[in-house]
Design a protein around this ligand. Structure first.
Ligand SMILES: [Zn+2]
Ligand SMILES: [Zn+2]
Length: 361
């Protein structure tokens, strides 16, 4: 279909949540210009968003506390789902067409030509663009994205569920995929009852791994076990987590850990409870924490510490397709876009349980 013939009316202005400069409060405004179809460059598309997830990364971006600077003013957000309503003139071989439902993930654009891209490590592309960080993201009703990098969303999954998969789901899915574990192997998930953790349990079980879920409190215990965790450890009452993991795994330790925490202790502890040739998958992006691992035992036990950063297009497609097959239940809370400032506030105070999804329509 030619982009000349699209029937959809694109408004001139829209509602968007804007951070004027690093550290400023986020403001929802209703008169923000919408990029018009005629102004799209080849390879770009305009997506009318239905909803977007809110991630801790968005809070880091708004506060400007990461070592890499973001653009300003900034429209954050990188877990958007919506429909393609325009494609730039002279776009060739677009893998998506008008009307397709697509997802906008953290990696908004990768060149597909550089060394990292040629090795399918698009998330490390030297020309990469990041949604809601180096380019405006999904806290708006109409977002400009790139036909080659949006994620097709299959039928069989509602948009609000798909939203959280585009960052949280993708991140844990790739970490598990690259954990070099086999079916039946033990995977430890600290923070298993949280936004990333509850998805990690389900992907791990889908892959046939055995899961040791660590978190605190009765509510989290119930959630983790209902999602299929094989063993539960409550860190608020367990006196020796390493000993407990060793006991459960027949004295040998776990094969892998997917560590999403910002605290150094989560990492040093993993070196103790992993078995020989175990893999520590580091996926959190705290602004300052350092990784404190015992070098002797990292070497002596041949432990691999693997930084796993979101995922490429293929990882995203696999992650979403597995969920659309019915295997993954996303626990989220819907909020209106106007709540974003309050959501950031609650997030900063650690009050958010699970994922937040903003409705944008
Ligand atoms: Zn994120
Ligand atoms: Zn590249």
């Amino acid at each position: 279909m030619s982009s000349h013939s699209h029937p959809i009316q694109i408004p001139k202005t829209q509602k968007a949540a804007i951070v004027k400069c690093s550290g400023a409060a986020v403001q929802v405004q209703s008169n923000v210009p919408v990029t018009q179809p005629a102004d799209l460059k080849p390879g770009e598309c305009l997506v009318k968003l239905q909803c977007t997830g809110v991630c801790h990364t968005d809070l880091h971006a708004a506060m400007g506390d990461w070592p890499v600077p973001s653009k300003t003013p900034l429209i954050g957000g990188h877990e958007g789902v919506g429909d393609v309503v325009a494609i730039g003139h002279n776009t060739v071989n677009s893998p998506v067409k008008l009307g397709d439902r697509v997802g906008i993930k953290w990696i908004a654009y990768s060149c597909l030509q550089c060394e990292q891209c040629r090795n399918s490590r698009e998330q490390n592309c030297e020309h990469g663009q990041l949604s809601g960080y180096t380019v405006d993201g999904t806290f708006q009703q109409y977002v400009v994205s790139y036909v080659n990098c949006v994620t097709p969303i299959p039928d069989g999954i509602e948009s609000a569920s798909a939203a959280s998969l585009l960052c949280a789901g993708l991140t844990v899915y790739r970490a598990l995929k690259y954990s070099e574990t086999n079916p039946g192997d033990w995977v430890v998930l600290p923070g298993a009852g949280g936004g990333l953790g509850h998805l990690a349990i389900q992907y791990a079980k889908y892959m046939g791994r055995r899961v040791i879920a660590i978190d605190g409190g009765e509510e989290k215990r119930k959630l983790c076990l209902s999602l299929g965790a094989d063993h539960w450890i409550d860190f608020t009452t367990c006196k020796d987590i390493t000993a407990e993991i060793k006991r459960v795994t027949g004295g040998k330790g776990a094969h892998a850990a997917v560590v999403t925490t910002a605290s150094s202790s989560g990492y040093s502890q993993a070196i103790d409870y992993l078995r020989e040739n175990g893999r520590l998958m580091a996926v959190g992006l705290p602004s300052k924490a350092t990784l404190d691992a015992n070098i002797f035992f990292t070497v002596f036990k041949s432990i691999t510490i693997h930084g796993s950063y979101v995922g490429n297009r293929q990882d995203a497609i696999e992650c979403v397709n597995i969920a659309a097959s019915g295997a993954i239940k996303v626990h989220y809370q819907s909020r209106p876009m106007d709540d974003l400032e309050q959501v950031y506030d609650e997030m900063g105070k650690g009050k958010i349980a699970g994922r937040i999804v903003l409705t944008l329509e």
